[in-house]
Structure formats: C-alpha cells, structure tokens
Design a protein. Structure first.
Length: 260
C-alpha cells in the first residue's frame, strides 16, 4: 500500500501539469483581449474563440467573404459595463492586408476618422479598426452619447495592448493624392465574393481572374482614377489590357507585381 501511495504521489504533479497545460493551450494569448483590469466593474458575460470552420456559427451568411481574404481566428467577448452591453470582436486575419480588406468592406458613414490610429471608423453604436492583423469591432446595443463614448474608451484600451504593425497602402494609391474624405471610401477586394458585394459592375472585367488585388474607391472622383488593380501574373495583366478599353481603364490603373 505504501509503495502504491508513493507512486501515486509522484504522478500527481505530472497530471496537474498536463491538466493546466491543456487548459492554457485553449487560451490564445496573441489576442489583445479585454479583462477586468482594463474595465473596472465590468461583467464579462461570455468569451468564445472561433476558427474557420466555426465562423458560420457567428456570422450569418458572411463567413465566406472573411475566408476569401484570409481568416485565421476570432475572439468574441460580450461585456456589460456601466449599464451598457458591448459586443467586442477581434478577427485575426492572415496578415495586415487581409485585416484592412475586411475593415474596408465593413465600415461606412463614419462620424470620425483618422483619430487614435491610422484606420478607424467611429460611428453611432460602433467603432471599427484595422490594427495590424486584427480587424476589431466594438458595438453597443443602446447607442447615445454615453454608450458611444464608452465604445471609444474600450477601443483605446485595446489599442494600448497591441504593438501590431499597421498596413501600408500601395504607393500607387498614395500617389493619387486622394483627400482624407475620399480615402475613407477606399475598398480592397481580392476575389469574386468581394466583387459581388462591393463592385458588382466590374465582375465582367475581373471575374475571370484569380490572382489580383483591387484597391478602389466606392465613389467616382473627377479628374482621378478610382483605384489600382495589381495582378500577380503578367499573363493576366496582358490579357486585362488587351480585353478592356475605355471606361474600365479610365477608372483603374493596372499593374503587375511579378512575371510568371
């Protein structure tokens, strides 16, 4: 009996280490998630992680578009704070470009921009931002001056917890000298689902290509091109030039990144 107890005692630390190791592995420390220290007095209702296969359970009908950009993992937090309910979502994408793409197609009618960080949209009920690899959304259910101010305060807490390198717009876009107001309408599309949702009028010109990046304004700007399309393959670039004339080339500045 004594030998049995001795062996059991030696095994307990190993079992404890394995147990807590498995629990810790379920928590992704890469996310700049919120906690009680960030929001004193807050009640954290739920916290869930979603991978690509589980994203459909969180986004009704929109998961495929996120996957087209390059989705990795989502952290969702539901929080009650100072009499308000908040939904905080951290979409970790494959890279900063993908995060900017998701941000670009989701934000509109911003009340404030170019504050706190490079890519941010502050609107009634919601704050959205592209923070490096993360597309961040903070939404409250009540609305109003107090709740919307708390949205911004929550975002500031998140911003202080991340050192992500922000996305850099293509030089060709920078050279267009768009105004801040015009630049806020810039959308990034890299596949057919993005075209269908943002630029359906260009499906005929771009629908046959798979490897390109389209940075374009959702509005027409007099005297300027609407955007830039960057092809990965020179053969696609040549084909696009040969097939398209007139309006489409007046709007888009075509480029190629590499020859294949």
């Amino acid at each position: 009996m004594n030998n049995y107890l001795s062996k059991l005692c030696r095994r307990i630390p190993i079992l404890v280490i394995l147990l807590f190791g498995n629990l810790y592995s379920q928590v992704d420390t890469d996310f700049p998630k919120l906690n009680e220290i960030d929001l004193p007095g807050a009640k954290f209702i739920q916290e869930k992680y979603y991978d690509g296969g589980g994203l459909w359970g969180h986004i009704n009908g929109g998961a495929d578009l996120y996957l087209e950009y390059g989705f990795d993992k989502l952290l969702f937090q539901e929080i009650e704070w100072q009499g308000n309910s908040f939904r905080v979502e951290f979409y970790r994408m494959n890279d900063a470009e993908a995060a900017f793409g998701v941000y670009s197609i989701n934000h509109y009618k911003c009340t404030y921009e170019d504050t706190l960080t490079k890519f941010i949209c502050i609107a009634p009920y919601q704050v959205q931002s592209a923070l490096g690899r993360f597309y961040v959304s903070i939404a409250n259910a009540k609305g109003g001056k107090t709740a919307d101010s708390l949205n911004v305060e929550i975002f500031a807490k998140i911003l202080s917890k991340t050192n992500e390198r922000l996305f850099e717009l293509p030089l060709e876009i920078v050279k267009q000298n768009y105004s801040p107001s015009e630049l806020s309408k810039l959308k990034f599309v890299k596949g057919v689902l993005g075209l269908q949702n943002i630029f359906p009028e260009w499906i005929g010109a771009l629908g046959d290509y798979d490897h390109y990046k389209l940075f374009a304004l959702s509005i027409d700007v007099e005297g300027k091109k609407s955007g830039v399309i960057i092809f990965d393959k020179k053969s696609d670039y040549d084909n696009f030039i040969n097939k398209n004339t007139g309006d489409i080339l007046d709007k888009l500045y075509p480029l190629v990144t590499k020859s294949k």
